[in-house]
Ligand binder design. Structure first.
Ligand SMILES: Nc1ncnc2c1ncn2[C@@H]1O[C@H](COP(=O)(O)OP(=O)(O)OP(=O)(O)O)[C@@H](O)[C@H]1O
Ligand SMILES: [Mg+2]
Length: 446
């Protein structure tokens, strides 16, 4: 899907994100540029560095939302990480290179599942044969007497059993099978909190210690089928090719979304538990500029990975970042403050807009929930008002307002009596006006 034109990308984003035209355009161009670069002659391709972007906008205006939706569109390894997490206590020394290692993991999984799709039918067929072997081991005697009749009888029997297996007659029968150590090592190993690296290392170590080790387990046919299919698919895929493709994909198409970048801007002079923000900026620099990062799949070069950073920049500005880092983000996009009309659209327009969500939730109880147009406008107006009067938390305000507005219905509707609820302007006023008018109250409730 990387062949989407910028206009198409913006159109896709429009399904989810209201307004913010400039930001959508910027990410769309950046995404398209990845593909354009691939078409360029090789000597020049290396020279074309990605135009990293900073999205600047206060909280709740859609920065993370754009990133999330872009991730689904960009058929590319994509990863979102909070820059601030590298300054947290407990993460001290957590090296920023883990971003690239994680991105590489994501890419490997992406390529692998794509390859698996290609071989899944074959793998299922092989798994079915294995299951039949397990369910009905070929008796030695039959093998010894290899007369044509015996052969034929054997095949006839097997066909009959195969049909029964297909019909689901044996699903709960136990079978014993050997599970290779590899697929055991693929099971999650959890490290101590905040130390993912140790987790992965432990996993690597385990698979090194017991390569090819098998474990015999008794499973029901329906569970064994899944494992056998996985094993067969794994065997059908050229794992080296997977890694090669993943690496190429990360190096040329990888996108890292660095959220909360403002939290590492500016130097923290005061003493505190946070480790130096400037230190984190310096750590990030080589990755963004282009360096070679060792991963368990080999060295990954970061020169052409696209970085999209986002931040509210309430108490700092992009110019508070160290100059070298500023220079790596040539494109700055200011996200707009959301208006009442934007709120109306956010409530109703996106594929799973808030109103649609609550309608779906109450539908589960057999309740039909409807909003009059004027009621939606009233909700949006209250959101704007409260944002102006207290803290501006953007579209997140709609969440708090909707939960307050619908609280009674969500509590009382339990599927006992089917009914229609219509939210009118008056209902909105009745439930929210008092709270919205009282600054102290709304500070707590909305
Ligand atoms: N422009 C928008 N269009 C549609 N939904 C939006 C928009 N802006 C915000 N929202 C909604 O508001 C919520 C918060 O938005 P988002 O997570 O993108 O905020 P943010 O800009 O990343 O804020 P922060 O700086 O706090 O991280 C999301 O759940 C999203 O549904
Ligand atoms: Mg965010």
């Amino acid at each position: 899907m990387n062949e989407l034109t910028p206009k198409q990308i913006v159109r896709e984003l429009n399904y989810f994100v209201v307004g913010q035209r400039d930001a959508k355009r910027a990410v769309a161009i950046a995404l398209r540029n990845r593909w354009r670069r691939q078409q360029v002659a090789e000597y020049m391709r290396d020279e074309i560095v990605p135009n990293n972007i900073i999205l600047i906008g206060s909280t709740g205006v859609g920065k993370t939302e754009i990133a999330r939706r872009l991730a689904n569109l960009a058929n590319a390894p994509f990863m979102k990480v909070e820059a601030s997490k590298f300054t947290e206590v407990g993460y001290v020394g957590r090296d920023v290179e883990s971003i690239i290692r994680d991105l590489m993991d994501i890419a490997v999984n992406m390529v692998r599942s794509k390859k698996e799709e290609e071989v899944i039918q074959q793998a299922e067929k092989l798994a079915k044969e294995k299951l039949l072997d397990l369910l009905f081991p070929v008796r030695k005697q039959i093998n010894r007497k290899k007369t044509p009749e015996a052969e034929e009888r054997y095949h006839r029997n097997r066909k009959r059993l195969e049909d029964k297996l297909k019909k689901g007659n044996f699903e709960d029968r136990p079978v014993e099978l050997d599970i290779p150590g590899d697929s055991m090592a693929q099971m999650q190993v959890f490290g101590p909190f905040g130390m993912e690296e140790i987790g992965t290392n432990l996993k690597d170590m385990l698979s090194n210690i017991m390569p090819g080790q098998k474990k015999r387990r008794k499973l029901k046919v329906k569970d064994a089928r899944k494992i056998l299919t996985d094993i067969e698919a794994h065997n059908l895929i050229d794992q080296d090719e997977v890694i090669r493709m993943a690496k190429e994909s990360v190096e040329n198409n990888g996108i890292v979304f660095l959220d909360e970048i403002d939290k590492i801007a500016g130097s923290n002079k005061g003493v505190g538990p946070d480790i130096s923000r400037e230190g984190v900026q310096r750590d990030l620099l080589p990755i963004i500029e282009g360096s070679s990062v060792p991963t368990k799949y080999g060295i990954v070069k970061t020169d052409h990975i696209l970085f999209i950073a986002a931040g509210a920049f309430h108490s700092s500005t992009p110019s508070d970042m160290i100059p070298e880092l500023q220079g790596r983000f040539p494109i700055r996009v200011e996200m707009k403050k959301l208006s009442t009309n934007d709120f109306i659209k956010i409530l109703t327009h996106p594929k799973s807009a808030l109103i649609k969500q609550y309608q779906a939730l109450l539908k589960a109880e057999g309740v039909v929930l409807n909003f009059e147009k004027t009621a939606i406008r009233a909700i949006a107006q209250i959101a704007t008002e409260v944002n102006n009067k207290t803290e501006n938390i953007g579209a997140r305000r709609l969440h708090t307002i909707m939960t307050t507005l619908l609280d009674d219905y969500l509590y009382e509707q339990t599927g006992k009596k089917k009914q229609n609820i219509v939210i009118t302007k008056n209902v909105v006023k009745e439930k929210l006006a008092d709270i919205a008018n009282d600054q102290d109250l709304s500070r707590y409730i909305l």
